[in-house]
Design a protein around this ligand. Sequence first.
Ligand code: CTP
Length: 398
Amino acid sequence: MLENKKILIGITGSIAAYKIISLTRLLVREGAEVRIILSKAATDFVPSLVLATLSKNPVLQDLTIQDEWANHVELGRWADVFLIAPLTCNTLAKMACGICDNLLLASYFSATCPVVLAPAMDEDMWHHPATKNNIKKVQEFGNTIINVNSGELASGLFGEGRMAEPEEILTFLQVKLGSSQELSGKNVLVTAGPTYEPIDPVRFIGNHSSGKMGFAIAEQCQLMGANVTLITGPTSEVLKHTNINRIDVVTANEMFQQSLNLVEDSDIIIMSAAVADYSPVVVAKEKVKKSQKEWSLELTKTKDILASIGAIKKHRQFLVGFALETENEQENAFQKLVNKNADCIILNSLKDNNSGFGYDTNKITILEKSGSTIEFSLKSKKEVAKDIVSYIISKVNV
Ligand code: CTP
């Protein structure tokens, strides 16, 4: 898929630089031509001999090579994409304010190809307002960010800031350089995660939804070129692509309001959230003490977001619902499709091992309006998201 694609990689001084060794290998295996520029600090983390051997090209570092000037303009014109990974806080700041004091930055400022950035830093640096501003600025300049992951950091702390894994960067580049931007120009609205219905200031009614499936769908739609808005309930999931518009909500009512605000402008609406069906009639102002032996909570039905959108949806809009069933699965799911006026329902069964809430895998069946069904095998949620989005594309791009 990357046959004859020209990829320029700029590596800056972060411990994550070691991951570029395997990324280079993966890219060359995929048929790409790879050239690499190292910043001076990066040379402390990766040996240029390894990178030169794997990329089959000399690795560049200085603005001059012996008495010759390294042509940074040529590099940015040669490349189909310029990937800067890992991108340190320091180089990011220089890119944001126009400082050009090495070959990597000179190549960046003169590049005419798309630029993709994969930051790597400690969590506090990543969350610092200056970093946030710089990220915003370089995005406004037209660069694309591959979002950081959460996990163990070089400092020994756990949190956000890890550079995306080589395989993730490879997929990102494959999509970016591939022709499949089949959702280009489409506005997609996705709901994900659980909702929490407060009982008192410390308690709520919730469910086990992790948000993983909805996040994977939102990311897949974005990779296919769509403008994506993700409305999510409380979750620890982090988006890989900062170009997705993420709206965080807590309650079913908040999710309802936000969805209704956005529905008119949406071409495709995918409702994967596990919305609470009931919420407490009264939310206690103070923590409820355990003075009574028994406690009954009066609950009232929440608004059904999918059904509300189904009732007003236009012919040009494609509405996808989800169903989680434990018995009479297909009959119940089909009834939901009809009652809520969806165009299709993605049925998850809790009966399938390793499928549903919290798992990284899922097994789905797509039910169509016509009554026909398409069954899929157990796959990672990322692969399931690809199946769902491919199905939607086949329906909206006819
Ligand atoms: N849904 C919604 N708003 C609600 C409840 C559900 O938009 N208040 C949506 C979900 O996002 C999903 C679909 O409706 O796309 C089906 O959700 P599910 O929980 O399986 O079904 P319910 O309609 O809640 O019915 P039941 O719990 O009785 O199975």
